[in-house]
Structures are given as C-alpha cells and as structure tokens.
Design a protein around this ligand. Structure first.
Ligand code: FES
Ligand SMILES: [Fe+2]
Length: 378
C-alpha cells in the first residue's frame, strides 16, 4: 500500500502483548503488610510486600474455588485465602497449608499453586512480568488448573529509567485513560494534536504550526527520533537554553510494548522521562509518567514544568481520550495519514512483527529499515 493512502492498520488492534514487564502500582501504593489489587492485561492481581519489603504479585484468584486472595490475610510470607484458609507462598504461589486436611491425608498440597508473577521495584513502580494470563507456574498447554510444574521462561531484567548523574530529583504523574492500549499509545506518539489539544500562550498555539522534519532510526523493539534541537516554537525549551546557557538536544524513543522515553541533554544538565500506557482492561489503560532531572535544583523551573504544566498536559490528553471514546463506540476503524501518522503505523507494524516472531520463533523482522526523515506540520 502506498504511504499516501489513508488506511486502516491490518493488524489486531486490540491485542495486548504478553512477555513484557508492566507497571502495576506505584511503590507508595504498596505499604506495610497490606494486600493491594491491580489489573494488568485483564489479569486480576494481588500485590504486597514480604517482611523484608520485597514486592510480590499473585493472580488474585484462589486455585481452590476462585475466591479473590486479596480478601485474605498476609503474615509477611504467605497469603491466606479468606474462604477455606488455604495458604500460599507469596513469591512462588506454592500451597503451604490446607487446614481441612487430616494428618493422614495423602494429598500433596505443595503441588498446588496460585498463579504468581515475577515482580520487581524500579523508579518508584512495582513492575510485573506478564508472560501469560496464569502466571509462571503454569504451562500454556494448560495443565489442570492449580496443579502444575514450573514451566515459564525466566523474565528479562525489569525496565529502568536512564539517569546520568548521582544526584537528581524524580517525580511521578498518572491518569486513567478510558481507551484501548492502541489508542492510548498512538495518542502518545501523535505529533499532530499538539497545536490543537495543548494550546497555551506559554507553549504553542495553532498559529505556531510550522513544517517539521525529524530523523528516525530503528532500535531494538522500537524506533528513535534521533537527537535534535527541541522544537523552537515551545517556550520551555527556550527557557532551558536561557538558564543552562547550553544548546539542548532531545532524543525520543518508543519501545514495545508501551514505553516512550524522552531525554533532554544540555551540557551537564539532563532530564530523562518515560511515559507508559499500560492496558489494565481492553477498554481501560493507565498513563504513567516519571521524570528525573538534575537541572538547577535551587531554581525550580523544571519542578514547575513537571508539577504544574505536566498535570495540565495529562488532563488535556485524558479529556481528548474521553471524548474520542464517544465516537469510538460507533466506529473503531482509523485512518493513518502520511508522515504525521507514520509512527502510529510503525507501532502497529512492530506489534504485528513481535506477535509473528512469538508465533514462529523466528527473530523479529523490524519494520523500520534504516534512518528515515519524516515531515509534517505541527
Ligand atoms: S476458595 Fe480459597 S481456600 Fe477455598
Ligand atoms: Fe498530548
């Protein structure tokens, strides 16, 4: 298909991607010995911290009779189901105790597992590795529910926000987005909505629309907008140059399944941010934004941008997604038009290539072939 033809992506648009880490909760939501619920890729989870503070994640469904484990008790090592008191190791999900068994019972309760998921804490988030819907103790071939060998592959290292000096400040913002993960993500990487959705005298207006040309290159599992001088029509970047006295460069990466990284470097000063759009359900995502920076901590201009302007931006994006949802009830096809929508097209192609490589076991065929310049107006 010609690149100039408006088109629907031909690929499964609402598929959620398995085999990746997703942020389930912010670290500060998980305190003491309390159990917390979360939902990732339509899988209900119960999370907590063991006595040493290390987080864990179990499928929030008791293998006995599906009672949510999150209603139960936690003693720092095992989660006890509130229905019949079965106890499960918090990290492995292995059943430790079944109160109803008599002392001469032959039943091997240690062969019973609640679904458990690799769980790590990074950058103020509790990340969960979602290999499959059941958790790591289950084969995809479907052993009888609850009784299963250890069968899942080990998880890769959890994602980490790049930082570039020992001291820095860090901040988190978030919002729920009532949309599929695909609309959330292509909204995130969409360069054409800025002048219409994020209008403000200090940022940019419709009148400031101008021609843009940005160079892109493939990176593993994603693509990069190569280092470039930030948009000259946005005031905060002008301000940044004014205070640091250094020309700034920006690098923006998108990496499957859902991460957008942006780095701004100006001499020894840096700002590094990551935005993720995480599917909780098919129709509900959460946007998480984390930023770390070392730019003039004594002059809180970045802090102001993050804490005052950041929430405003996120609110504008959330409102757009809420309104878009009204139309998507009647029409879920979309047009991807020219270079302004090329990154969205790449996202669908990356996703399809990933699913294909998962299906065949062959290495992923990268849809972006080499350095390429995209042109649009925004
Ligand atoms: S349902 Fe959980 S112990 Fe019976
Ligand atoms: Fe936006």
């Amino acid at each position: 298909m010609s690149d100039n033809t408006p088109s629907q992506p031909s690929d499964p648009t609402s598929d959620m991607l398995w085999g990746f880490w997703y942020p389930a909760l912010r670290s500060d939501q998980l305190r003491g010995g309390k159990l917390e619920r979360a939902m990732l890729l339509e899988v209900p989870l119960v999370l907590g911290r063991d006595a040493a503070g290390k987080p864990f994640a179990l499928r929030d469904v008791c293998p006995h009779r599906a009672f949510p484990l999150s209603f139960g008790r936690f003693d720092g090592a095992s989660v006890e189901c509130a229905y019949h008191g079965w106890q499960f190791d918090a990290h492995t999900g292995q059943c430790r105790h079944i109160p109803s068994l008599t002392s001469d019972s032959k039943l091997k309760c240690d062969r019973i597992y609640a679904g458990s998921f690799p769980c790590e804490e990074r950058d103020g988030y509790v990340w969960v590795f979602m290999a499959n819907p059941e958790g790591r103790n289950f084969t995809s071939a479907g052993t009888s529910a609850g009784i299963a060998p250890n069968a899942a592959p080990s998880a890769p290292p959890a994602p980490e926000l790049p930082t570039f000096s020992a001291g820095y400040q860090i901040s988190h913002l978030w919002a729920d987005l009532p949309c599929s993960v695909d609309h959330g993500i292509i909204g995130l990487m969409d360069p054409a909505h800025g002048p219409f959705v994020h209008q403000a005298w200090w940022w940019r207006s419709r009148r400031s629309i101008r021609d843009k040309a940005k160079q892109f290159e493939p990176i593993p599992n994603g693509f990069r907008m190569s280092p470039h001088a930030p948009s000259s029509n946005s005031a905060p970047y002008k301000l940044l140059k004014l205070i640091t006295g250094e020309p700034a460069t920006t690098t923006i990466d998108f990496v499957l399944p859902n991460q957008r990284f942006e780095q701004i470097r100006a001499g020894k000063y840096w700002l590094s941010s990551r935005t993720t759009v995480t599917p909780m359900r098919r129709d509900l995502c959460r946007l998480d934004f984390v930023a770390a920076w070392n730019i003039l901590p004594w002059f809180p201009v970045v802090s102001f941008i993050i804490h005052v302007l950041g929430p405003r931006f996120i609110r504008q994006d959330t409102e757009v997604i809420e309104k878009q949802a009204l139309g998507l009830k009647y029409e879920d096809r979309m047009m991807l038009v020219d270079d302004a929508d090329r990154q969205a097209r790449w996202y669908f192609e990356l996703k399809a290539a990933h699913l294909e490589s998962q299906r065949t076991g062959a290495p992923m065929r990268h849809p972006v072939s080499g350095p390429i310049t995209l042109r649009w107006r925004s």
